[in-house]
Design a protein around this ligand. Structure first.
Ligand code: ZN
Length: 177
């Protein structure tokens, strides 16, 4: 699959292209990024869409919002706020509610079944894990890997994320390349 961004000069920022397995429902200017980041997102989001499809979802939709600080200034970062019309904060609330419910279930098999079921259904978590396991994100010298979101403290890669940074990423996932 090719990204339309390949046809423009290297220094020009391009919108992230939709892929075979996912669509983008935010305006193109919500994620104007470097060609390198656009291609990485296309690759990883398409993989995510493929995984979601296997869980029985139809073509998933992604919603970006523009960012302001740091890597965003030069188009090296993108912020994802919603998957299939539901905000990342909502997906995380659902996730937390399931884990709370689990804590009162004494049978280990039943607990595992509940969590497995949620893993199949929770597109926010699935998106985060796809970005974490399939994505190659920047890691400036002395800084953590640039993938932050509602699941960073529990899933990594930077489990020591500060309260300040975690609070800043409760409703979206930030990636930089
Ligand atoms: Zn960001």
């Amino acid at each position: 699959m090719t990204c339309q961004g390949c046809l423009v000069p290297r220094h020009t920022l391009v919108p992230v292209c939709p892929g075979k397995n996912f669509q983008i429902i935010s305006p193109p200017e919500s994620a104007l990024v470097t060609r390198e980041l656009a291609e990485e997102l296309l690759r990883v989001l398409d993989r995510f869409g493929e995984i979601a499809r296997r869980s029985g979802f139809r073509k998933v939709s992604i919603f970006f919002k523009p960012g302001i600080f740091g890597h965003h200034k030069v188009g090296r970062a993108a912020d994802i706020y919603a998957v299939n019309g539901l905000g990342l904060d909502e997906w995380k609330r659902r996730w937390d509610a399931v884990w709370r419910r689990c804590s009162s279930v004494t049978d280990a098999n039943e607990r595992r079944a509940i969590v497995d079921h949620e893993r199949q259904r929770n597109l926010g978590w699935q998106l985060y894990k796809a970005l974490q396991t399939c994505g190659r994100w920047s890691q400036p010298y002395g800084y953590p890997i640039q993938l932050f979101g509602p699941w960073t403290r529990s899933e990594g890669p930077w489990k020591h994320i500060s309260d300040f940074l975690l609070n800043a990423h409760r409703d979206h996932i930030h990636v930089a390349k």
